[in-house]
Design a protein around this ligand. Structure first.
Ligand code: NAP
Length: 303
C-alpha cells in the first residue's frame, strides 16, 4: 500500500499551491488530477489580475505552478478519485488504478461548467454547442455565434470570439452583469458584438448540428428564433464534490462548507472554488491552497 502524509485531490491553482506549501513544510504529497494539471485556468487566454504578474497566459500560469510543485517533489497521479474513507486514524483514497493511504486530505476539485439545461444540449455538444471559447473558437472562424452568460467568463469568451467570428451575440438573462465593468466596456466597444439582454435560451434548434436557438424575453415572455452556427455556454460552474458527499458537509449548491481556515472536518481540508466563499479568483484559490496546506501539515505533525 502506498502511504503519504497529504493527499491533494485536484491539481488546479488551489491544489498546486497547496502542494507547494505542503512540500515546503517537509511533507510527502501525492496529488491526484483526473484530466490534466492546471484546472480551469489552462484554457483562460490571459490572466491579468494576479498581483505582480502583469499579463500571462492561463496555460503558462498553470505550467509555472505545475513545475514548481513537481520540482519540489510532489508525486502526481493522473486518475479520478472515486472514494475517500476514514481508515486507522487516516484516510483511504481509492482511485481508478489503485489505493493510497494518507494522514490528511486536501480537497481542491474546483468546479465544472454549468449546463443550460435545455433539450438537445447534450446531443449538440461538440456539434455547435461548446463550453470553451479558447478551445473551440477557431472552428467558428467567420461564422455567427452567441455567448450565453453575463459573468467574467462570458465576456472573456465574447472577446476571444469577436476576433474570430463575423458576428457575436452576447445573450444574458438580465441587464446587469457579474463581469468586471472593465471587461464589459471592452466588449461593448467591439463592432461585431451585439448584446441581447433580458433573454434566455429556451430551445436549441438543429438535427445533428446546431442551427439556432429560441430566445424568450424574460420580461414579456415573447419568443424569437436566432439563427446561429455556434453557442458558447458560460453560465457559471457547479462544484465537483459528489465523491465527498458522506465525508464533509456541503451546502445546497454542493460547495463544501468551510471558513477561511479551510478546515472541512477532522483531517480534511478544502481549498479553492469548491469551498463555500464569496470571491472565487485565482488569487483566492492560491491563498486557500497555502492555508489548507499549512493546516494539513500541522495536523500531520500532531502526535
Ligand atoms: P459567474 O460569475 O457565476 O456568472 C455566471 C453567469 O451566468 C451570470 O451572469 C448568470 O446570470 C448567468 N447564468 C447562470 N445560470 C444561468 C442559466 N441557467 N441561464 C442563463 N444564464 C445563467 O460564472 P463565470 O463567469 O464562469 O465565473 C466564475 C468565477 O470565476 C467568478 O468568480 C469569476 O469572477 C471568476 N472568473 C474570473 C476571471 C478573471 O478574473 N479573469 C475569468 C473568468 C472567471 P445572473 O448574473 O443573472 O445570475
Amino acid at each position: 500500500m502506498v502511504k503519504t502524509d497529504i493527499a491533494i485531490i485536484g491539481a488546479g491553482t488551489a491544489g498546486m499551491s497547496a502542494a507547494i506549501y505542503a512540500k515546503r513544510a517537509g511533507k510527502d504529497v501525492i496529488m491526484f488530477e483526473g484530466y490534466m494539471p492546471g484546472g480551469q485556468i489552462v484554457v483562460t487566454p490571459e490572466v491579468d489580475n494576479y498581483p505582480a504578474l502583469g499579463k500571462v497566459s492561463g496555460y503558462d500560469f498553470a505550467m509555472g505552478l505545475y513545475n514548481q510543485a513537481t520540482e519540489l517533489g510532489t508525486e502526481m497521479i493522473s486518475a479520478n478519485v472515486e472514494k475517500v474513507t476514514r481508515k486507522d486514524g487516516g484516510f483511504l483514497i481509492e482511485y481508478d488504478g489503485g489505493e493510497v493511504e494518507a494522514k490528511a486530505v486536501i480537497i481542491a476539485t474546483g468546479a465544472k461548467n454549468r449546463k443550460l439545461d435545455v433539450d438537445g444540449e447534450e446531443k449538440l455538444t461538440g456539434f455547435g454547442i461548446s463550453y470553451c471559447a479558447t478551445c473551440d473558437g477557431a472552428f467558428f472562424k467567420g461564422r455567427t455565434v452567441a455567448v450565453v452568460g453575463g459573468g467574467n467568463t462570458a465576456f472573456e469568451d465574447a472577446e476571444v470570439l469577436a476576433s474570430l467570428c463575423s458576428k457575436v451575440y452576447l445573450v444574458h438573462r438580465r441587464e446587469g452583469f457579474r463581469a468586471e465593468p472593465e471587461k464589459v466596456a471592452k466588449v461593448r466597444g467591439m463592432k461585431n458584438v451585439e448584446f441581447i439582454l433580458n433573454a434566455k435560451v429556451v430551445a436549441l434548434k438543429g438535427d445533428g448540428k446546431l442551427e439556432g436557438v429560441i430566445l424568450e424575453d424574460t420580461k414579456t415572455g415573447e419568443r424569437k428564433e436566432l439563427a446561429l452556427d455556434g453557442v458558447f455556454v458560460a453560465v457559471g460552474q457547479t462544484p465537483s464534490t459528489d465523491a465527498f458527499a458522506g465525508l464533509v458537509e456541503r451546502d445546497k449548491a454542493g460547495y463544501i462548507v468551510a471558513g477561511e481556515d479551510c478546515i472541512a472536518a477532522n483531517g480534511i481540508f478544502v481549498a479553492g472554488d469548491c469551498r463555500t466563499k464569496k470571491v472565487r479568483q485565482l488569487v483566492t484559490a492560491a491563498a486557500d491552497g497555502s492555508v489548507a496546506a499549512l493546516a494539513a501539515s500541522e495536523y500531520c505533525s500532531r502526535d
